[in-house]
Design a protein around this ligand. Sequence first.
Ligand code: G3P
Length: 224
Amino acid sequence: MILNSPMIALNMKAYRESSGENGLRLAKICEEVFEESGVCMVICPQQTDLSLICREVNMPCFSQHVDPIDAGSQTGWVSAGAIKDSGADGSLINHSEHKIRISEINILIDKLRSFGLCSLVCTNNEAVSKAVAELKPDAIAIEPPLLIGSGISVSTAEPEIISNTVDAVRRIDKGIKVLCGAGISNGKDVKSSIELGADGVLLASGIVKAKDPKEVLLDLISGI
Ligand code: G3P
């Protein structure tokens, strides 16, 4: 599997700092750190840049979203097959900023798997994480919505949500990776997340908005 513990996943979100040429530049920086460090990393470029970045950058790439549709007469939706054709390795699903129904999460995990793609499902609390774990995704990322983009790390503000979610998910299926996210920005946050039992972190603004994303990435990795 492409997701190994410990790992760092970067969601590039819809920031201008990570779209078009900026997105490609940031992806190349991630590739450099990925190759130099050997640490498991995944990047999630904007949908409009996914295909280009998958071609230009040699590291795991996930889509930020995928729709529960089949290929064909559908407009403005993105199918799991199209994600596969873009060269991506998987997809985020159900991010707090792009929520879907549990029934759709169920369909998407299966659809992605049928194309050999990984599913990384975002959840907002322990109860939702348990429900999602029953659907057997490859990974779950627990992110308290209020801390997203806040600069306050989940590992500092809500450490128990990480350890409780890890325990709950492991009780259901030990094979599911559990990441945590929201406000993660440095190696100390990564270290405490891993000490709390997480397999890694999912972050965005700490890297995308940084003056020197490579420096931040190297600091993050120092926490592993
Ligand atoms: O998907 C990552 C995320 O929602 C956390 O965002 O900006 O707090 O790292 P951020």
